[in-house]
Write a protein that binds this ligand. Structure first.
Ligand SMILES: [Ca+2]
Ligand SMILES: [Ca+2]
Length: 261
């Protein structure tokens, strides 16, 4: 390959995908579609009480038709120690989801459809909520807290699934979490607002229905990932990779017209 052609390709990559870090990596993942129908996180090293079904598109969390209140959650394999450190290195927790029934605005119901993780000092949790606190219709939110149901992302139309990305930024011994919805930054919450005592899912994530109390919630979980970057713009998406491929092809075609030196 000529130097000019190589230069054109590198230039093309830089133009098509300017912000991707070469070191961006997925640290752990469960992707329902990639796993395939019938395959649950239990088959990929996740633990927990489980109980969801995979239809080939998403994991279905639904015990609403079962008499009495149930629980069923998954805990990911642990990442290397100190992957999640308060005030430490970037990480991002990404998941695509859709609640099918509402989480009540009642303190003990926060784990009915939740996601949780812990760093070296604290445990954190968010709840997927079909309708905003105290509402039984309209749009919903992603809330944090246990009883306060404070919104990190509001006014989500859950008639379709959405992708949530929680980016960890550390510095000066403390952390903030940037909340993104479908790639757009929505809010930044300080660690102390979300932090709870506890170490469940340390250097890991857990998700699902974590309580046998309250009222069960049904919902869809499409994929869950932990990244070593804290901004979804730094995560290569399959569509972007396809664009790169198309760009390189185009440059290859064009470069045939450039005489070799
Ligand atoms: Ca609600
Ligand atoms: Ca439950």
């Amino acid at each position: 390959m000529s130097r000019s052609r190589r230069f054109l390709q590198v230039l093309g990559l830089a133009m098509l995908f300017p912000t991707v870090s070469a070191s961006a990596a997925v640290l752990l993942e469960f992707d329902a579609a990639a796993a395939g129908a019938g395959v649950t996180p239990s088959a990929q090293g996740w633990t927990g009480s489980g109980g969801m079904t995979n239809n080939g598109s998403y994991l279905l969390q639904d015990n609403t038709g079962v008499p009495g209140a149930q629980s069923g959650e998954y805990l990911s394999p642990s990442l290397p120690a100190a992957t999640m450190v308060r005030g430490g290195a970037p990480y991002g927790i990404e998941f695509r989801t859709r609640p099918l029934t509402d989480t009540r605005f009642i303190g003990g119901d926060w784990p009915e459809m939740y996601l949780t993780w812990s760093d070296d000092q604290f445990n954190y949790n968010i709840t997927v909520d079909k309708f905003a606190a105290a509402s039984s219709s309209g749009n919903g939110d992603i809330v944090y807290g246990r009883g306060s149901f404070s919104p990190a992302i509001s006014n989500i139309d859950w008639t379709t699934p959405h992708t949530v990305f929680i980016g960890h930024r550390g510095g000066g011994g403390s952390s903030v979490f940037d909340f993104f919805l479908d790639g757009a930054i929505i809010s930044t919450i300080t660690d102390g607002s979300i932090a709870r005592t506890g170490s469940y899912a340390r250097d890991a994530i857990g998700f699902g229905d974590g309580t046998t109390g309250g009222e069960d919630v049904a919902g869809e979980w499409y994929f869950l990932r932990v990244h070593n970057v804290n901004d979804p713009a730094l995560v290569p998406e399959p569509t972007s990779l396809a664009l790169i491929g198309a760009g390189v092809l185009l440059l290859n075609r064009r470069s045939r017209k450039v005489p070799s030196k």
